[in-house]
Design a protein around this ligand. Structure first.
Ligand SMILES: [Zn+2]
Length: 155
C-alpha cells in the first residue's frame, strides 16, 4: 500500500492517519469527506444477532470432523510413543540376554545346573513380564498425553 491507502485505511478503521501526508496530499484532502461518510456508515451498521440455534447446528455439523481429528491425533501420538519405545528394545533385549547368560555361567560354577537354570529362567520370565507390562502401558500413556494436550489447548 502507498501512503494514500494507509491514510484512507486509518480514516475508515478509526485509526490515526499520517497528519503530514493528510495535510500535503490533495487526493486525500479531496476524498476526505467521502472516506468519512464510509467510516460513519460502517460504524453505524448494526451487527445482526446470530440465530439462537446456530451454535448447536455448528457443533452438530463439526462434531464428526472434530471427532475424526481427535482420533487421528490419538493414533499419531500412539505411533510416536510406540516408535520411541521400540527404538531401544533391541539393545535392552541384547543386554538382558547377555546378563542372563553371565548369571547362568556364574550360577553354574556354584550351584547345580538344574537350580541355575531355574533361577535364570525365573529371572528371564520376570524381565519378560516387566517388558510386556511396560509396552502394554504405551497406549494408555499415549491416550493420556492426548487428553492432557487437548485439555491444555482448550484452557
Ligand atoms: Zn494521499
Amino acid at each position: 500500500m502507498n501512503g494514500c491507502d494507509d491514510v484512507r485505511t486509518a480514516l475508515v478503521l478509526g485509526g490515526v492517519p499520517d497528519a503530514d501526508h493528510l495535510a500535503a496530499c490533495p487526493e486525500c484532502a479531496a476524498e476526505g469527506p467521502a472516506v468519512a461518510r464510509v467510516a460513519a456508515a460502517l460504524s453505524a451498521d448494526v451487527r445482526p444477532a446470530p440465530p439462537a440455534a446456530l451454535a448447536a447446528r455448528v457443533r452438530r455439523a463439526a462434531g464428526p470432523l472434530l471427532a475424526r481429528n481427535a482420533h487421528r491425533l490419538a493414533w499419531r501420538a500412539f505411533a510416536r510413543a510406540l516408535a520411541a519405545a521400540l527404538l531401544p528394545l533391541p539393545l535392552i533385549l541384547f543386554l538382558d540376554v547377555q546378563a542372563l547368560r553371565a548369571a547362568y555361567a556364574l550360577l553354574r560354577s556354584v550351584l547345580p545346573d538344574g537350580v541355575s537354570l531355574y533361577v535364570v529362567f525365573n529371572q528371564a520370565a520376570t524381565v519378560t513380564l516387566l517388558l510386556a507390562l511396560s509396552y502394554a502401558a504405551i497406549p494408555i500413556l499415549a491416550e493420556r498425553q492426548v487428553r492432557l494436550r487437548r485439555r491444555e489447548s482448550h484452557a
